[in-house]
Design a protein around this ligand. Structure first.
Ligand code: FES
Ligand code: FE2
Length: 324
């Protein structure tokens, strides 16, 4: 994990009013809830008294109540009630569970993953061009580290093999470039120029000059991606880390050729095909060793792996910066 980042961890709709939601993210048990005003909060799912899971307890207005002895914690993780000591008793400071800052927008729920959030946290980075789209979504479990799932969506070399009968049809095995275009320090586009191999040598990224075709992949650190297919069609994804060997792929299909109330049902029609493609990937990615990706993991990369190399380099930089 890269520390001190906003990670999409859920869709907004998964955290319902007056309910507790217990999930594992980043290898940690977390409990999510909404306060009376509907604002989400997220606590480490372990009672500071004797370790029971708060998510098995009760939603109590603006607080969460532990199922074991009824201790209550507010949205900041501070203990606010110890029933055994009486409702007028002060709750000592040590009765505190860690709270992660949350942010909700575009139907996503982010948490700030890091020990000490800065006093003024900036909003998470997001795609500015998805306004006005309708979308449908699915959550797909993968037995893989989230970095491998991300790399798969940046991998242009695999298309004619893994997707030989879907999006990689046509046997375009020769990989020109690809071109990686950084859009600020934490976002890049990938432009794809695969073609039939007729004996020619692949062109390098430097040899491929703009203007580029509009189609591209768009990745935002640490875990968001979209595939720009056409002005009114996108596939989006959030790569949600569950633990070191499990990831939830939150997959969305966005469209705006059909506006209004039919927008979502129309988007939904595309989900079976998108899942079929994702499962072609999943079958192979789950077999990759070692589980987490990294800069020095003994792989032998080729020119076409450029986007994966860029991802690894920047990821390492961000991890180092967060440590330092
Ligand atoms: S373990 Fe939570 S109140 Fe005792
Ligand atoms: Fe794929």
């Amino acid at each position: 994990m890269i520390l001190n980042q906003w990670y999409v961890v859920l869709e907004s709709r998964e955290v319902r009013l007056a309910h507790l939601l217990g999930v594992t993210r980043m290898g940690e048990r977390l409990v999510f809830a909404r306060d009376r005003a509907g604002k989400t909060f997220c606590l480490r799912d372990r009672c500071a008294h004797r370790g029971a899971a708060l998510s098995a307890g009760k939603h109590a207005g603006d607080a969460v109540e532990c199922p074991f002895h009824g201790f209550r914690y507010d949205a900041s993780g501070r203990g606010v009630l110890i029933p055994a000591n009486g409702k007028t008793a002060e709750v000592p400071e040590r009765f505190r569970v860690h709270a992660y800052p949350t942010y909700e927008a575009h139907g996503w729920l982010w948490i700030w993953w890091g020990e000490r959030p800065p006093a003024r946290i900036q909003a998470p980075r997001y795609f500015e061009d998805l306004d006005g789209f309708s979308w449908a979504s699915a959550v797909d479990p993968w037995d893989a580290h989230y970095s491998r799932v991300i790399e798969n969506q940046l991998d242009v070399v695999h298309l004619p093999f893994v997707h030989y009968n879907t999006i990689g049809r046509g046997n375009r095995t020769l990989v020109n470039g690809p071109v990686v275009e950084w859009r600020g320090p934490d976002r890049f586009f990938v432009r794809v120029f695969n073609e039939l191999d007729t004996g020619q040598r692949p062109r390098t990224a430097e040899d491929i000059k703009p203007p580029y075709p509009a189609f591209h992949l768009d990745f935002i650190f640490p875990n968001l991606w979209q595939n720009w297919i056409a002005p009114k069609v996108r596939v989006g994804a959030a790569f949600v880390p569950v633990d070191a060997e499990h990831t939830l792929l939150y997959l969305r299909f966005y469209q705006k050729f059909m506006p209004g109330p039919l927008g979502r049902p129309v988007a939904r029609l595309a989900m079976p095909m998108n899942l079929r493609i994702a499962h072609q990937d999943r079958r192979v990615v789950q077999t990759q060793q070692p589980k987490p990706s990294g800069l020095k993991i003994g792989e032998n990369l080729v020119m076409g792996d450029g986007p994966i190399i860029e991802y690894r380099r920047r990821r390492q930089e961000l991890m180092d910066a967060a440590q330092g």
